[in-house]
Write a protein that binds this ligand. Structure first.
Ligand SMILES: C[S@@+](CC[C@H](N)C(=O)[O-])C[C@H]1O[C@@H](n2cnc3c(N)ncnc32)[C@H](O)[C@@H]1O
Length: 219
């Protein structure tokens, strides 16, 4: 099964971005966001690279991260939808960089230049070959000790949007996600499957690190 094309996905989010942002004003208060972002802050305290959200949507996660946890790291938001980017830009202001882009091609982000990568509920829009490529891109842009935090819809087959949309998007299991992360070079620090309030699907929350290489050890 193939997910909807990039153009179809972009169009859907351009058309729904304003209502999505309103929904996120409430959704961001769910404890899971404070949980993952608080843990992220603790893990990157001693790093200097940017915190990048590679499907930032309306910018709510980056905004909460900055307001509640950390004003030190630069923020970069990337999203496929120009309307989402416009909303995120307004929310985050001139101190953050927000740009239209595709998480499958992060070539404009330098190798090992980031402290953290976030990606919540966007991997379902790419096929499994591209999802594996995306994990490799995330690994490439993270510096040693860099943290990855990903959430997606648990399971297999297509997501049922009912009457809401005819977009085709795919569920991936926690096991698959963990395997792709490890294949890209990450060490998994947390991978849990949990229900999401008011949603008919569970979510996978995966956290992983690009471990710093130990040097100076006798062979
Ligand atoms: C369900 S929203 C999640 C937004 C945000 N991460 C959040 O949790 O609020 C999915 C977002 O992924 C973006 N997206 C979909 N495919 C993408 C891709 N290939 N690269 C970057 N962003 C993508 C969409 O434009 C949309 O803003």
């Amino acid at each position: 099964m193939r997910p909807s094309s990039t153009d179809e996905v972009r169009k859907m989010y351009d058309e729904t971005a304003d209502s999505y942002a309103l929904m996120m004003d409430t959704e961001i208060r769910l404890p899971v966001y404070a949980d993952v972002l608080g843990r992220l802050r603790d893990r990157i305290t001693n790093t200097t690279g940017a915190v990048v959200d590679t499907a930032c949507g309306s910018g709510h996660m980056l905004s909460m991260y900055r307001e509640r946890y950390d004003q030190k790291h630069a923020l970069l938001g990337i999203d496929l939808s120009p309307r989402m980017v416009a909303i995120a830009e307004e929310k985050l202001g001139p101190e953050a960089r927000v740009t239209v882009g595709d998480m499958r091609d992060l070539s404009f982000v330098e190798d090992e230049s980031c402290s953290a990568v976030l990606n919540f509920f966007a991997l379902h829009h790419v096929n499994s070959v591209d999802a594996r490529l995306v994990f490799r891109e995330w690994f490439r842009i993270l510096g040693p000790g860099g943290q990855l935090v990903v959430a997606t819809w648990e399971g297999d087959g297509a997501i049922d949007y009912g009457e809401e949309s005819d977009i085709v998007a795919l569920r991936y299991s926690g096991k698959e996600m963990a395997a792709w992360a490890e294949e890209a070079g990450f060490v998994i620090t947390r991978c849990v499957v949990e229900p999401v309030e008011d949603f008919p699907m569970d979510a996978v929350y995966l956290e992983a690190v690009r471990e710093a290489l130990l040097t100076g050890q006798a062979g």
